[in-house]
Design a protein around this ligand. Structure first.
Ligand code: NI
Ligand code: MN
Length: 226
């Protein structure tokens, strides 16, 4: 699977079958300003929760691409009200085979509402299995003990985890999370986009390295393959 990073928590995963876009937020993100939103193609859009820094370009991209949006029941109902009808509702604990592989929904320790206050269900993470590889995208979350269970149940090859702190796990907690998940390859997300979540990138990389874990900090538009 090939991952392309678009800044913050937005990235594309390409499997042999399909293009999966996660948490679209490009317009308004200074670190993604070189990304041309209209160059992004997607067959599916997966959305972890309702906050604006994960859904800012959701309606626009869902309408332009016609992609099937996979998210919580509440987010899919909200989308229908916005004129986006190609949706697939799921919820925590749910598992489903799609043409591109298997998706399981995990809990995320976070809140979830739209900027206008509309309830968006519970915050979620995604476990994607395709071609013998497993990717875990935690969504915005604090550290939680059931990550140990995810590490036992799934053989996670790559985890995309928030590392910016303040609203989510910071570097220290993300290292503990990686150990719980038994995963040694991490792509860091949700850092440096705005003032509350500025990190020291070099220090973050060395802290992970000291624990025997590889931390990838991708530039906007940069690709990574597993
Ligand atoms: Ni959030
Ligand atoms: Mn967020």
């Amino acid at each position: 699977m090939k991952i392309t990073y678009y800044g913050h928590s937005c990235f594309l995963i390409e499997t042999a079958q399909a293009k999966l876009l996660f948490d679209p937020f490009i317009n308004g993100n200074e670190f993604a300003k070189e990304v041309n939103i209209d160059s992004i193609e997607a067959d599916y859009i997966l959305v972890s929760h309702g906050h604006a820094d994960h859904t800012g370009d959701l309606v626009y991209l869902a309408k332009r691409t016609g992609a099937l949006v996979i998210s919580s029941w509440e987010i899919t109902q909200w989308l229908i009200n916005q004129g986006v009808s190609n949706v697939h509702p799921m919820n925590v604990g749910g598992r489903r085979q799609f043409p591109f592989g298997e998706v399981s929904i995990s809990f995320a320790a976070h809140s979830s509402s739209f900027p206008d206050g509309t309830y968006a269900g519970v915050a979620m993470g995604f476990i994607l299995k395709n071609g013998g590889k497993t990717i875990y995208y935690s969504g915005d979350t604090g550290l939680f003990g059931d990550m140990k269970l995810l590490g036992e149940l799934h053989s996670i090859d790559l985890a995309l985890l928030p590392i910016g702190g303040n609203f989510t796990m910071d570097v220290e907690d993300a290292i503990i999370a990686s150990k719980f998940l038994k995963c040694h390859t991490i792509i860091g997300l949700h850092y440096d986009t705005f003032g509350y979540i500025i990190i020291d990138r070099e220090a973050a990389k060395s802290k992970f390295q000291e624990s025997g874990i590889q931390l990838q900090l991708l530039k906007s538009g940069e690709e990574f393959t597993i």
